[in-house]
Design a protein around this ligand. Structure first.
Ligand code: SAM
Length: 235
């Protein structure tokens, strides 16, 4: 895969199943992700607290840069490294974000090697649930290794419930939100089609995997139904 951007880059192959249209993606997110400002704003606020004058931040599955923009709103001196497998999404992110804030762009699969870092924070939103559980656990270990001591990993994630009944409840709440926010039948059907490729896991499992990866403090910090912000700090 080739990609031309104004900053440094790495290119490797990436096979992606759900395809997002960068031209409609941002508007759809506001209808499809409940409490998006609270969730992304919370992630940004955690980055603001990492205690670095110019925090180095790696955004995994950066997409069109919605999370990166929330990070910059909370921590305007952040130096961003955008990482995603889809060049059209990254092109939109680079158009959105100030050039001076984007230090590097990597086009790669989440299963590939991460940039060496060390980073003050690694952030992600709604991307890691595309990996199988073993892939999530492997990524958490590699994120831990890419952080400096005291560094933060914060993930805005779509999770399963601890039981099938609670997972169904979360799905129902999600549809109710999307419909109330204006999603029509076509948009919701397309969202369901993409979500068929998701590999969500319960929150408790993901917090356990963070602890097993070496994170010393792990917890969820904000939530709306199936959408959760959880974080871990490297001791
Ligand atoms: C739902 S979008 C989220 C984008 C952005 N973080 C946001 O919150 O708006 C998921 C992003 O993850 C990327 N992605 C999904 N699976 C990936 C993988 N295995 N490797 C690299 N990128 C992946 C997609 O290309 C897409 O840009």
């Amino acid at each position: 895969m080739t990609y031309s951007g104004p900053t440094s880059e790495t290119a490797i192959s990436y096979s992606e199943t759900p395809i997002w249209d960068p031209s409609t993606y941002d508007a759809q997110r506001r209808r499809l992700v409940p409490s998006i400002d609270l969730l992304y704003g919370t992630a940004g606020d955690l980055v603001r607290r990492v205690g670095a004058a110019r925090p180095a931040v790696l955004d995994l599955g950066a997409g069109t840069g919605l999370l990166a923009a929330a990070v910059l709103a909370a921590a305007p001196t952040a130096r961003l490294h955008l990482f995603d497998g889809a060049p059209p999404m990254l092109a939109k992110a680079q158009a959105r974000l100030p050039e001076s804030a984007v230090e590097a762009v990597t086009v790669a699969d989440l299963t590939a090697a991460l940039p060496a870092g060390p980073f003050d924070a690694v952030v992600s939103a709604l991307a890691i649930h595309h990996l199988e559980d073993a892939g999530k656990q492997d990524l958490f270990r590699r994120v831990h290794a890419a952080l400096r001591p005291g560094g933060l990993f914060v993930n805005v994630e779509q999770v399963d419930g601890p039981t099938p009944g609670l997972t169904r409840l979360f799905e129902d709440l999600h549809e109710r939100h999307a419909r109330a926010a204006g999603s029509d039948d076509d948009e919701w059907a397309a969202a369901l089609g993409r979500m068929a490729f998701d590999r969500c896991a319960p929150l408790a499992d993901q917090l356990d995997w963070l602890a097993q990866a070496g994170f010393t403090a792990v917890d969820s910090v904000a939530r709306d139904g199936r959408f959760v912000v959880y974080a871990g700090w490297r001791g």
